[in-house]
Design a protein around this ligand. Structure first.
Ligand SMILES: Nc1ncnc2c1ncn2[C@@H]1O[C@H](COP(=O)(O)OP(=O)(O)O)[C@@H](O)[C@H]1O
Ligand SMILES: CC(=O)OP(=O)(O)O
Ligand SMILES: [Mg+2]
Length: 396
């Protein structure tokens, strides 16, 4: 008897999904829907038992996209109705949700309230929850929060220097995101090094389209780069990351920009897209190889910001045993890892150039044997972590 669990990660313009057998942790199906919310045709790719299936059709909203996911399961298997539970990646849990939560109407209402704090992420997440609940009304649906891992950050790390009542009344604090990934990867790093997680000081760089870095001391996160919203911190695909907070007032006062325009500017039109014209690091690398100066500067800004965070996190940790790269950029972009690690020599990091070039889905060390600290690449697996969370929350 297998115990299939459906995992949904509804992004603003994409849906990633998997069906995983919770007993064996085997992946029964994996898929990706792209260009959701677009009037032009999008794509859906569904993989089951090593076979790949592809379709192209428009997905004006998440409802059509989820319907297409169901069609893929119905046509090519496994039966979606075999799912005994559904785990939903939910980005913002505010200070309401500190752990994986079974979803009911009250939970959905709270998530709607929190949408303003994660405008790119919570609304599609909620759309996905509603659509999936219609299709699978009989099974438990749970929300696995990006913020949960960071719920017990130290107060000095999560407190902004704002009037205390304003912050308290409005739940304004640093929340941190990608927690499922930072948690999973930091545990894997300890395992890979053969150390108890309680014994090591580590930094995890989750570099995807959204990107964040965390400092983890003995298994407990003590700092992370995203804040009240997933906009703070590193330079990302379309997000600016850190800017002078005075910028908002400047844009409003001097250019007459509306708040919603500023929000869109910083979330969707900034970051690597603004600096280089592209969001994908493969395209940016190609531009640099063609001699594009803007692309070169863009990447320099990206690396500069990341190195700055790593340096300050080593100071917060009071030492460092391991730095780990993960997610799309962190796992694949060896040229970026090299740019970063080459600047950490003072801290005792030495890159093993050959090991860094290896392409693999396995955890690996990319620092030399005599490097004072371990530099690792560990593929994240948010879906696997979500299955474990879903089982825990539902006793499925
Ligand atoms: N082979 C590669 N080389 C360099 N960068 C890559 C490669 N593959 C993926 N990426 C980067 O990874 C990003 C996607 O990362 P991912 O973790 O899947 O993001 P998200 O979950 O936020 O959509 C792409 O935008 C691209 O910049
Ligand atoms: C929170 C966040 O930035 O998520 P993603 O990387 O999926 O955009
Ligand atoms: Mg991601």
């Amino acid at each position: 008897m297998s115990k299939p669990i459906l995992l949904l990660n509804c992004g603003s313009s994409s849906i990633k999904y998997q069906m995983i057998d919770a007993d064996t942790e085997d992946v029964m199906a994996v898929g990706l829907v792209q260009k959701v919310g677009d009037t032009t045709p999008g794509t859906i790719d569904h993989e089951v038992g090593g076979e790949e299936f592809h379709d192209e059709l428009p997905f004006p909203s998440h409802t059509e996209a989820i319907a297409a996911v169901v069609t893929m399961f119905n046509k090519y298997g496994p039966a979606i109705t075999d799912a005994v539970a559904v785990g939903h990646r939910t980005v913002h849990g505010g200070d309401e949700f500190n752990s994986t939560t079974v979803i009911d109407d009250k939970v959905i209402a709270k998530l709607v309230e929190l949408s303003g704090l994660a405008p790119l992420h919570n609304p599609p997440g909620i759309a996905g929850i509603k659509a999936a609940m219609e299709i699978l009304p009989e099974v438990p649906h749970v929300a696995v929060f990006d913020t949960a891992f960071f719920a017990d950050l130290p107060a000095e790390a999560y407190t902004y220097a704002l009037p205390r009542d304003l912050a308290k009344d409005n739940h304004i604090r640093r929340y941190g995101f990608h927690g499922t990934s930072h948690d999973y990867v930091s545990q894997k790093a300890a395992e890979y090094l053969g150390k108890d997680i309680s014994e090591i000081k580590q930094i995890v760089c989750h570099l995807g389209n959204g990107a964040s870095v965390s400092a983890i001391d003995g298994g407990r996160p003590i700092e992370t780069s995203m804040g009240l919203t997933p906009l703070q911190g590193l330079v990302m695909g379309t997000r600016s990351g850190d800017v002078d907070p005075g910028l908002h007032a400047f844009l409003g006062r001097e250019l007459g920009m509306e708040l919603s325009e500023i929000d869109t500017l910083l979330n969707k039109k900034s970051g690597m897209l603004a600096l280089t014209g592209k969001t994908d690091m493969r395209d940016i690398k190609a531009l640099i190889e063609e001699g594009d100066e803007d692309a070169k500067l863009g990447l320099d800004v990206y690396v500069h910001r990341l190195v700055g965070y790593i340096g300050s996190y080593i100071a917060f940790l009071g030492g460092i045993d391991a730095i780990t790269f993960t997610a799309g950029v962190g796992e694949n972009a060896d040229h970026i890892r090299k740019m970063v690690v080459d600047r950490l020599g003072y801290f005792g990091a030495t890159l093993d150039e050959e090991a860094n070039k290896v392409r693999s889905k396995e955890p690996r060390r990319i620092s030399t044997e005599d490097s004072k600290l371990a530099v690792l690449v560990i593929p994240t697996n948010e879906e696997l972590a979500m299955v474990r969370e879903t089982v825990k929350a539902t006793q499925a």
